[in-house]
Write a protein of this length. Structure first.
Length: 246
């Protein structure tokens, strides 16, 4: 069945995306593990390593966009010292609830703040963060160019943006296996684990339609980022994009 998300107008798409994440919030991490064979952990860890959060007490403010469940935030706080403070922003209250509950378990106090908001209209002043991340989130945002400009706007001069996203598999042979897995296995897993095949069909479709690494790097440059670099991971299943505000 064809799933019309990608053709939806920006205003319409956000509502559809919100429904998906409301449905999957409680099973979200388990599904990530099953779908990626645990690889999403390694990719996220690589992103946080690239961030280079300071170990000492030096102040460092990170904004993690589309980070309601706290996945990236908790990693950054684990790696960094006392001075690291994180804001996790998400448009979806159900995802934020998951993150808030986890933060409470981890007794993180005021080192983390959860904010409900839209990546296309970040509720923060200009130049207020040392780094901005978004992991597997930009693909869901209706107007990617607007979100990238917003990420740049809230960065301090010299600050870095990291975007982790699915990409295009570039290993001959493996691409076929990956396609078969995506279109057949993932919706079935979604049905079994979350009782919801359709949301996972959306996921696969949104990955297919996302620009390849070179095209996305161009979008970052157009949004004003400099020293843009793309690092493919696991044969191109995912890609880590980096850019600076200079
Ligand atoms: N960063 C987490 C991770 O890597 O596990 C979650 C990624 S999840 C695939 C995508 C997230 O993007 C969802 O939590 C969803 O609510 C959020 N999202 C979708 N559209 C958004 C928007 N316009 N602004 C902010 N967050 C958005």
């Amino acid at each position: 069945a064809h799933f019309g998300f990608a053709e939806a107008a920006p205003g319409e798409k956000q509502g559809l995306v919100d429904d998906v994440f409301h449905k999957v919030a409680s099973r979200y991490d388990l599904m990530n593990d099953l779908m990626s064979g645990g690889l999403h952990r390694a990719w996220k860890s690589a992103m946080v390593t690239a961030l280079g959060v300071p170990k000492g007490a030096r102040g460092f403010r990170l904004l993690d966009v589309a980070g309601g469940t706290g996945d990236i935030s908790f990693r950054a706080l684990d790696r960094g010292g006392e001075g690291v403070k994180v804001v996790a922003l998400d448009i979806n209250g159900a995802m934020l609830d998951v993150g808030r509950a986890r933060a409470a378990e981890r007794k993180l106090g005021d080192r983390i703040e959860f904010v409900q908001g839209n990546a296309e209209d970040l509720p923060f002043p200009d130049r207020s963060f040392d780094a901005v991340t978004i992991a597997f989130g930009i693909r869901n945002v209706p107007r990617v160019d607007v979100a990238l400009r917003e990420m740049r706007r809230v960065l301090k001069i010299g600050g870095r943006a990291l975007v982790l996203e699915f990409s295009k598999v570039d290993v001959p042979g493996f691409d076929k296996v990956y396609d078969a897995f995506s279109f057949n296995v993932i919706p079935r897993l979604g049905q079994m684990v979350a009782g919801d095949a359709e949301s996972y069909r959306y996921l696969v479709e949104s990955i297919r339609r996302f620009p390849d690494a070179a095209a996305f790097a161009d979008m970052m440059r157009e949004a004003g980022f400099e020293q843009v670099e793309a690092t493919p991971m696991t044969g191109g299943i995912a890609c880590l994009h980096s850019g600076f505000r200079i």
